[in-house]
Design a protein around this ligand. Structure first.
Ligand SMILES: Nc1ncnc2c1ncn2[C@@H]1O[C@H](COP(=O)(O)OP(=O)(O)OP(=O)(O)O)[C@@H](O)[C@H]1O
Ligand SMILES: [Mg+2]
Length: 309
């Protein structure tokens, strides 16, 4: 991608790093997000997702490297209303009603959306007359979303937007997000819900220990860990005999069942049935995002031990 520093580039992170005292929260990230993309940021607790987001929003200053948003420094992009942010923590301005707060924020930007429409779209109309201090966690989260949206930004940056929401509210949230994304907005969100990333993001960026360890469409991330698994009921057969079958990379016995991790599940299945015709209840499964996530993060940890850094 090279020198995409012009306004046509969406978010560009280059060599980005941030430490808090001895803690290296972000350790060198290079990432370009194209306008119109919806990107999910995944990673275990402490991976550096929020720190990265805070730097994109201009709330934390990098120790090294830089961030540009639409060719501008974050603070400029935020001040001009081009970025809407939703943070993981922080309380709402007190002593205002929800509507007053959304109106106040709208008045700070040059091209805000219609407040009434935003309240409707974010499911906050029902309690718009209520003070912000008395809201539930999920209601607060919806108000945060309304505040991010009302400036009519080109880029939405959302840190765990659905963390406090119940199942129905999560579904509502994503359906309003989808209509936002369809309007050509760029969206970056951090989440721990792998199924959300799978369902709503064009692209997944997986972080661990302050680095990006995988980046691509969810199908590609799943394919990275390749393998399928074969599960079958097969009592009394030795694990090492199963491991010797063609296409099998690892064997896990769970009571009478065996789980074969496979490099080539077709070859493995043929060999399994030919060698052990008594095998039954056979299931073949592709790796899900969760398996991919666990394996990729696990591999990164192993690498870390080898490198000793
Ligand atoms: N203000 C801060 N002061 C000191 N250390 C911090 C601060 N913010 C983050 N850290 C540390 O930086 C690392 C990365 O934290 P960060 O909040 O970015 O992770 P995260 O990926 O968002 O995790 P989570 O999934 O738990 O939200 C952690 O080790 C954390 O303890
Ligand atoms: Mg976080």
């Amino acid at each position: 991608m090279g020198k995409e520093t012009s306004a046509s580039a969406g978010i560009v992170l280059s060599g980005l790093a941030k430490s808090y005292g001895p803690v290296k929260a972000v350790r060198g990230i290079d990432l370009t997000i194209t306008p119109g993309e919806t990107v999910a940021l995944l990673g275990p607790n402490g991976a550096g997702k929020s720190t990265t987001i805070d730097m994109i929003l201009g709330l934390a200053q990098p120790n090294a490297g830089r961030v540009t948003v639409f060719g501008m420094p974050p603070a400029t992009a935020v001040a001009s209303g081009r970025i809407g942010g939703m943070l993981q923590t922080g309380s709402l301005v007190e002593y205002l009603t929800v509507r007053e707060l959304v109106e106040m924020v709208a008045s700070m930007y040059p091209h805000p959306l219609d407040v009434h429409q935003v309240l409707e779209a974010t499911g906050t109309s029902a309690f718009a007359g209520q003070r912000t201090t008395g809201l539930s966690g999920g209601q607060t989260q919806r108000v945060r979303f309304a505040l991010a949206l009302v400036a009519n930004p080109d880029l939405l940056v959302l840190d765990e937007p659905t963390a406090a929401l119940d199942v129905e509210a999560r579904r509502d949230f994503w359906s309003s997000m989808r209509s936002v994304a369809q309007r050509g907005k760029t969206v970056l969100f951090a989440t721990h819900y792998l199924e959300e990333a799978d369902a709503y993001a064009d692209r997944i960026v997986l972080m661990a220990r302050g680095r990006v360890i995988a980046d691509g469409p969810s199908t590609e991330i799943k394919a990275k860990v390749g393998g399928r698994t074969i599960r079958a009921t097969l009592p009394g057969v030795d694990g090492s005999a199963l491991e010797a079958l063609p296409g099998v990379t690892a064997v896990d016995r769970r009571g009478e069942a065996v789980v074969l991790s496979c490099g080539d599940s077709d070859a493995a299945l043929r060999a399994l049935l030919a060698t052990y015709p008594v095998a039954r209840d056979i299931e073949v499964r592709g790796a899900g995002l969760e398996e991919a996530f666990i394996q990729l993060v696990g591999d990164d940890e192993e690498m870390e031990e080898v490198e000793g850094s």
